[in-house]
Design a protein around this ligand. Structure first.
Ligand SMILES: CC[C@@H](C(=O)O)C(=O)SCCNC(=O)CCNC(=O)[C@H](O)C(C)(C)COP(=O)(O)OP(=O)(O)OC[C@H]1O[C@@H](n2cnc3c(N)ncnc32)[C@H](O)[C@@H]1OP(=O)(O)O
Length: 251
């Protein structure tokens, strides 16, 4: 089982279940995420959609490089566009969404979290938009979302540094909404989400409809998918190939 969907008190919790790969996203996880979002959007008992990773090490290490590292040309572009579509759907989800960052988040794992309305991180988590060190850019629309959600200079700084940051630094730049205790992680995130889950569905959906306006403009959608197309071009570059070489040799 690559992922699972559970329900707790109005919260639908989607868990990526690949701790041995630091919860990297492969095609099976993409399919499971798509199904989970469809179910959670349609289910009137669900008030909040939350995403986390299995185990104690990682939230998500981004795209599965053992599965995607070999893709080239059209195949690479299709993979990036597919996940881009899913993150755009998450960004415009009709109910509040939360990334429960329970450990390391790297590359596309940071993009997955950025697509959510809120990001709560377990203390000690390391978070990095590391794509720039791999000879690529954010391939799932992450930069467009970052530029819209953070002050411009802070967003650009994260992308250009391309290095793992502490949870405290990510909170200071506005990416993390709250850092929660490792010992009381499960209890604390439930406490944080309870007030949202206590609102009526019609109120939640009305606010999300208002919030969604800015993502639904033609301008934003075009920028989002143009970013993905630019990453697809870089995916086949020598710089990316060289950066992946040690990883691909191992796998
Ligand atoms: C495709 C979209 C693109 C985007 O838009 O951003 C991407 O997401 S590209 C991928 C970007 N992600 C990364 O570059 C992260 C790579 N991984 C790491 O840096 C580290 O593994 C970690 C996430 C910081 C965790 O470090 P640590 O706790 O020390 O664990 P290990 O390094 O020993 O890893 C354990 C195990 O997991 C495998 N792994 C980790 N990340 C990935 C991944 N993204 N894809 C596939 N497999 C991954 C790693 O290879 C180890 O496997 P074994 O050696 O077989 O145990």
């Amino acid at each position: 089982m690559e992922a699972m969907l559970e329900h707790h008190d109005g919260i639908a919790l989607f868990t990526i279940c690949r701790p041995e790969k630091r919860n990297a996203i492969n095609f099976a996880v993409m399919e499971a995420l798509e199904e989970a979002m469809e179910q959670a959007a349609a289910d009137r008992q669900v008030k909040v959609f939350a995403i986390t990773g299995a185990g104690s090490e990682a939230f998500c290490s981004g795209g599965d490089l053992s599965e995607f590292g070999h893709l080239r040309g059209t195949e690479a572009r299709q993979m990036l566009m597919r996940m881009g579509e899913l993150l755009y759907r998450l960004l415009t989800f009709p109910k509040p969404t939360v990334a429960l960052v329970n450990g390391t988040a790297m590359g596309g794992g940071c993009e997955l979290a950025t697509a959510c309305d809120f990001r709560f991180a377990k203390e000690g988590s390391r978070i990095g938009f590391v794509q720039g060190r791999l000879g690529i850019t954010t391939g799932w629309g992450g930069a467009s979302m970052l530029f819209a959600k953070l002050p411009y200079g802070r967003a650009l700084d994260l992308l250009l540094r391309a290095e793992p940051m502490t949870a405290e630094a990510m909170e200071a730049c506005g990416w993390i909404d709250a850092i929660l205790s490792a010992e009381r992680w499960h209890e604390q995130w439930r406490e944080r989400l309870a007030p949202y889950a206590a609102r009526s569905l019609s109120v939640l959906q009305a606010y999300k409809a208002a919030a969604g306006e800015k993502w639904r403009t033609t301008w934003f959608r075009e920028q989002f998918f143009a970013e993905i197309a630019r990453c697809a071009e870089l995916w086949g570059s020598d710089e990316h190939e060289q950066a992946l070489r040690p990883f691909l040799r191992k796998n």
